[in-house]
Design a protein around this ligand. Sequence first.
Ligand code: SAM
Ligand code: SF4
Length: 465
Amino acid sequence: MQADTEAIWLDAQAVEACVASHRTEDPALIREIIAKGKELHGLTLEDVAALLAISSEELREELFEAARKVKEDIYGKRIVLFAPLYFSNLCSNECLYCAFRKSNREVTRKALNMEEIAAETRILLRQGHKRLLLVAGEAYPGSGIQYVLDAIDTVYSVHENGSNIRRVNVNLAPLSVEDYRLLKEHNIGTFQLFQETYHRPTYASMHLSGPKKDFDWRASCFDRAMLAGIDDVGMGLLYGLYDWKFETLAMMAHIHHLEERFGVGCHTISVPRIEPAVGSDVASTPPHALADNDFLVLIATLRLAVPYTGIILSTRENAATRSKALELGVSQISAGSRTNPGGYTDDERFEAAQFQLGDHRSLAEVIADLGSHGYIPSFCTGCYRLGRTGKDFMDLAKPGLIKRKCGPNALSTFEEYLLDYATPEARRAGEQAIEAELGRMDDKVRAISERLLAKVRDGQRDVYC
Ligand code: SAM
Ligand code: SF4
């Protein structure tokens, strides 16, 4: 068997057995694991299984308390913001939960040309975005991967009022090592891909035709990405297709496999739950819908299990769930999103959207809301620009040193936003939040932050450490 084309690390029987051995909560064991989680060294598969079995209010609160502490220790008040840019909804697959699937006639098909991609980018830049996630269905027009590479180059090439996109992440179908090398040469940040489900029978029943039918090609995609030198990879799965405990443990096994083989696991984890999608019955009634309470236990458990891995929540979740999830572990969110190609340019046209959004707020509204809950929005791209990716990032993160970079960079990028895009009222609130954050920093980090802030206030842009 080949790790580069097959999921040799996935032992479904062992994962099922692990879930089965933790059917009911074991308070003594759970408290032991929570204490271990607070030490920030991560958790084993067995530990995770035990935490996911929590059912009592009391233990749930203890888990949440620990997750809040880990979140605060590692990420402080920072929340990284990004916007998705859907550039094509052409697709050759039949994923039953997705509006973009090939046979769905209820969606208007559109692959943006480079002028249109530039126009979308300009709109996002005018709102203040600096980090984009490019998303497409699996059927690229014309020359295939070249279309994707051109889209990445186009986004990076746009300059609007002295600003540009500084990090392009992608969410695309799995690629060959050669194609990953091309993505790397075109300076992508994170390569993100969701396995959807790690349960082979469910996978087979949800993906009826097209290249995505091949479970192993998808589940081995990060091995190939890493072989090609892409060391920031973003995992995820679509919660609601199969039992959330099995899925989470299988994803943990996937992370451990990458750690063993490449010395680094994943940079981010995304936790989408299935949302209603035009023309999809599965999306309206997910076979294993994940309840809100379990969703929060999941996020808190992941926070303890992989403390240095970013957790991403998208606009799919409504504002109330988002705010609880932020407390417990989420470190990145999308804001002001449209999920149809051309959706930023043509704000009224929703019929081509991938799924219904739970949160319709603009970037400015999300920032105001984050501020009112004491968070500092960050548009930082410093690590990626300085080559602090993959293992280099984790080597700084694990001894707790990354905070000394992220803290100042969050403040400098937030200050840029306040000066260039915010209303006078939002600016006043933001400046107060920055002052409060400076007050929480130790002398050394505060001095670095003040230096960066002075540069931004002096008119410099894109300053980071
Ligand atoms: N086509 C590529 C693929 O499938 O990997 C990338 C783009 S696809 C639009 C990105 C992700 O959207 C999928 O991996 C899937 O998890 C998610 N998605 C599809 N339908 C969804 C739905 N109804 N609700 C929430 N997320 C959905
Ligand atoms: Fe296509 Fe991706 Fe949607 Fe599947 S999830 S139909 S591959 S866009």
